[in-house]
Design a protein around this ligand. Structure first.
Ligand SMILES: N[C@@H](CCC(=O)N[C@@H](CS)C(=O)NCC(=O)O)C(=O)O
Length: 177
């Protein structure tokens, strides 16, 4: 089945695999349309993939209807077959093997570094905690905000019961310099 341009994919800016595939599409100059949504709340009217992950690509299926596809490595290979020029897979089989090895290493292990820098340092924790729920979709954001409000309320009540001021001192004054 012929590909329609632009290709649609669902993803969010904070998803490293979405970034990986946007980089591929941009380098290869393949027109695309990014649907900002979460795999837990995919865009209305779009099919669901067997394994819900980001990014999800919408490719033409055998029966002519759109099909939701995940997993960046085989998607890259599929795009290689469908679109000519600016290939990202080396033609030399030895270099292609090294390319595959590096890609697999990046896919499996660089996420460990990504999680470290997302969740280790306080400033990053606050940053990620504020923006990731919003990228994940409004429903998730609403649940997180409601959870945060309830936690805050119960913390305030607990401090009041102990005769402490409602707000704790700012984080900066509690961090070791
Ligand atoms: N092997 C997949 C991994 C994709 C992946 O893990 N995506 C993350 C977001 S960056 C995800 O959807 N995680 C949600 C989950 O695992 O439920 C690929 O290369 O596309």
């Amino acid at each position: 089945m012929a590909f329609t341009i632009p290709i649609s994919l669902m993803g969010v800016p904070g998803s490293p695999y979405t970034r990986k595939m946007l980089a591929v599409l941009r380098y290869r100059r393949i027109p695309y349309r990014l649907l900002l949504a979460s795999h837990r709340a995919p865009p209305k009217g779009m099919p669901r993939s067997k394994v819900p992950l980001l990014p999800t690509f919408y490719f033409p299926g055998a029966n002519g209807e759109l099909e939701a596809v995940t997993d960046s490595t085989p998607i890259i290979r599929r795009l290689e077959n469908e679109f000519q020029g600016r290939s990202i897979i080396p033609s030399d089989p030895v270099i292609a093997f090294l390319d595959y090895l590096l890609e697999d290493y990046g896919d499996e292990w660089l996420t460990k570094a990504m999680f470290h820098y997302r969740w280790y340092y306080r400033a990053d924790i606050e940053n990620a905690g504020n923006i990731l729920p919003i990228w994940a979709g409004w429903l998730v954001a609403a649940v997180v905000v409601a959870g945060y409000a309830l936690t805050k309320l119960s913390a305030v009540q607990s401090r009041r019961r102990r005769g402490l001021p409602a707000d704790p001192p700012p984080i900066s004054s509690r961090m070791a310099s």
